[in-house]
Each structure stands twice: as C-alpha cells, then as structure tokens.
Design a protein around this ligand. Structure first.
Ligand code: DX5
Ligand code: ZN
Length: 217
C-alpha cells in the first residue's frame, strides 16, 4: 500500500494558519495532523478546540488529531464537534484505555493509540483488535523538529508482526523526525502513515516537500 503523508500543523506559521491549511488542501496529502498539547503530559502547550473548529471549513482532508493530554475522556465529543475524524490518545495517559477507545468510536471517529519511544509495542496486544491506528512516536512528544529515534524501526517490525497475529487492518503511523532522508526506509518497514511537520513547513517549498515525501517508493 502506498503510504499517507500527514503534514503536522504544529510547524506551520500560526499567524497564517489559513494559508497552511490551504497548502495542504491543494497537495496530495490526504490527512492533516493536529497536535493538541496540555503542558502536563508534555512540556508544551499548542492549540485546542477553537483552532481546530476555525480551520475545519477550509478543507475536507482527514483531521488526524493527536492528543497529548492527560485524562482525555471528558473531551472526546468536543473534539468530534470541533471536526476531528480520527482521534489518537496516548497509552501513557489512559488508565482505562479500552473504555476510552470505545468512547471515541461511539462518538463516530476512528480511534488510535500513540506510544512513547520507551513504551513497548507488545503492551498493545489486548487492545489491538479495537484500534484503527497505532501511532509510534519516533521522538519524545512535545515539540516539532526533533531528531528521529532509530529504535523506531524495531518497533515497526514488532507492530507489523503483532498486527498479523491479530488479523487487524489498523494503520501504522510514525510521528516525529520524518524527512526526505528516512521516508522511503519507513515506508519500506511498513509504516502506513508518516507525520511530517518540520520537513514540510520549514522546507523552502512546502508544497514540493509534500510531493517528494508522498512519492511512491
Ligand atoms: C510531536 C508531535 C509531532 C510533531 C512532528 O510531539 O506529535 O506530530 O509535529 O514534528 P516533526 O515532523 O517536525 O518531527
Ligand atoms: Zn503528533
């Protein structure tokens, strides 16, 4: 399967989000990745409902919302109402992950779980069948523009095997440090979705960067 590029708005010019969304809208990238940070789970605060709601009318692209917040349960329907199509929560933030995943699906969204670089893939074995996507963090979450952690390749292999064992069709997403240097390797290792912030929005020509990253390997 050809991989999906999900440009991350976190690296866009926040003074001109409209242009950033329109750029993605006119690109081959089918998804837009939206990072919500609470300053508690991660040492940064990004944006929330009003921003997602404001940009929703600008594009029909899939809104892939990545929650880096503690206790996401009370906010699930609010993210749906703001325009999220897919909602990913962190394994490390949910005491009752099964309940949280069911609530996301009941709200009409696709459900994902993200795991930090230190969290082993096998911890997802008993929730895998319920998931639409798993996001492997290839940096420690909180900031764009960080260096890719190479151990992610091992986790990609392990997750692919686990997906086979469970006969699941979930999408495997890799988030952090994705660039023209590693995109082919990551797709070759079975990543279905590649999030790209810095390598898109800080490129001299972001539209060309999305085209290059999206090219078949
Ligand atoms: C990091 C975020 C990422 C970030 C990726 O916590 O989850 O989505 O935007 O940015 P780059 O591609 O610059 O590493
Ligand atoms: Zn993200």
């Amino acid at each position: 399967m050809a991989h999906i590029i999900a440009p991350s708005l976190l690296s866009a010019n926040f003074a001109d989000l409209k242009s950033a969304v329109e750029l993605v809208d006119g690109s081959p990238a089918p998804w837009l990745h939206l990072d919500v940070m609470d300053g508690v789970f991660v040492p940064n605060i990004s944006f929330g409902f009003p921003v997602i709601k404001a940009i929703r009318p600008l594009t029909k692209k899939v809104f892939d919302v990545h929650l880096m917040i503690v206790d996401p349960d009370p906010y699930i329907t609010a993210f749906r109402d703001a325009g999220a199509d897919r909602l990913t929560v962190h394994y490390e933030t949910c005491n009752h992950l099964h309940r949280t995943i069911q609530a996301i699906k009941a709200a009409g969204m696709k459900a994902g779980v993200a795991i930090n670089p230190h969290t082993p893939v096998h911890l997802l074995a008993d929730i895998l069948a319920d998931l639409d996507q798993v996001c492997l963090m290839s940096v420690n979450p909180g900031f764009g523009g960080q260096r890719f952690i190479p151990g992610t390749y091992r986790k990609l292999n392990a997750l692919r095997e686990l997906r086979n064992v469970h006969g699941s069709s979930l999408l495997i997403e890799v988030d952090g440090g994705v660039s023209e240097q590693n995109v082919a390797d990551l797709a070759g290792h079975g990543a279905d979705v590649l999030v790209a912030g810095n390598s898109v929005f800080n490129a001299p020509d972001p539209a060309a960067a999305i085209r290059t990253l999206s090219a078949d390997i």
